[in-house]
Design a protein. Structure first.
Length: 214
């Protein structure tokens, strides 16, 4: 049982000294920058890995999002398409205002092969990878494949099937996107840059060149 009188010879519940000693410690305040504003984390784009690359463009912002329902009403800034060397392979992506865009890249069909050859010339792509991609671009249309509108490179993402697809649209444009087959939902386009080994790009490019898409 607690004593009625405290060590300061007062009723324990009324002693101002004891109440201060038993009060919880104040929480540490969040760090603030000079000027009183709270410290903030850097934006995601500032932490995006940037490796050696070749680029193509700039292009009208609507070219990269023409198939979206809102594209006709929402102005998009211009963008460029970069083919980059990243850990584990190559990344093909749209960049706008110095930031990586989260969508499948779109560019004119005549520019895709030129972009890859520029990357080879600048040694972004070297050795066996350069040979595979250069050979894929040189493939000639064969038989029924000529006139196709989609070229694919199948693979796996964990337990899910996935595909790299090169799709031909109107106005001589190509979209390179990664698709996932989700159970009960079918194939879904991933709104993200394409990052895969060079061999996967070469497989889809060889099929696209054989179909006369490039």
């Amino acid at each position: 049982m607690s004593p009625i009188f405290c060590r300061h010879n007062r009723f324990g519940a009324e002693c101002p000294i004891c109440s201060r000693e038993s009060a919880p410690a104040p929480r540490a305040r969040s760090a603030r920058r000079p000027g009183g504003s709270k410290a903030t984390r850097p934006p995601v784009g500032s932490r995006t890995f940037r490796g050696p690359y070749a680029s193509s463009g700039p292009y009208d912002g609507h070219d990269g999002d023409r198939d979206a329902k809102h594209s006709a009403s929402v102005p998009n800034p211009s963008y460029e398409v970069r083919l980059e060397r990243v850990p584990g392979g190559l990344r093909l992506a749209q960049w706008s205002g110095g930031a990586l865009e989260r969508q499948a890249p779109v560019l004119p069909s005549a520019h895709l092969g030129r972009l890859i050859l520029t990357a080879i010339e600048r040694e972004v792509i070297e050795g066996q990878e350069a040979q595979e991609l250069g050979g894929a671009l040189a493939a000639q249309p064969v038989g029924d494949s000529a006139g196709g509108t989609t070229a694919t490179s199948p693979g796996r993402a964990g337990d899910l099937r996935e595909e790299l697809r090169i799709e031909r649209f109107a106005e001589g444009r190509l979209r390179l996107g990664r698709w996932l087959l989700r159970p009960g939902r079918g194939w879904e386009l991933q709104s993200a840059p394409v990052m895969l080994p060079a061999s996967r790009f070469a497989e889809a490019l060889r099929q696209a060149a054989g179909a006369g898409m490039l």
